[in-house]
Design a protein around this ligand. Structure first.
Ligand SMILES: [Zn+2]
Length: 116
């Protein structure tokens, strides 16, 4: 998972065609942040993330506020429902496997990106 060095957003798009990268020597990937439009070659990778979950929300949503990640989840915090929906929502959003590393019973969690 790549992170924007300016605003910390994870909504980052790779502008370089990866097949082309393999073929053309010395061409590195160019990334663009969909949040602040910053563009560059160096976007650090993150494997885990501290998040705060807000269950019982109106919709599922990831918010970046003052450098903190807040995830709104529609499901209630009971019977593991919010955790399951959180994993499903983030996995789909970032197209990668997501695991909860710690904080299963807490609103403050650490999630782990399991990239293929
Ligand atoms: Zn950004």
């Amino acid at each position: 998972m790549n992170i924007c060095p300016k605003c910390k957003s994870l909504e980052v798009k790779c502008l370089t065609n990866l097949d082309y990268k393999v073929v053309a020597f010395g061409i590195s990937a160019v990334f663009k942040c969909l949040n602040c439009n910053f563009q560059g070659e160096i976007f650090p990778e993150v494997k885990s993330l501290n998040i705060k979950v807000r269950p019982n929300s109106k919709k599922n949503d990831l918010i970046l506020k003052d450098g903190n990640y807040i995830v709104n989840i529609k499901a209630p915090p009971e019977d593991n429902k919010a955790n399951l929906e959180l994993i499903k929502f983030l996995s789909k959003k970032f197209n990668t496997k997501v695991r909860i590393k710690s904080g299963l019973t807490s609103k403050n969690k650490i999630i782990y990106f399991d990239q293929a």
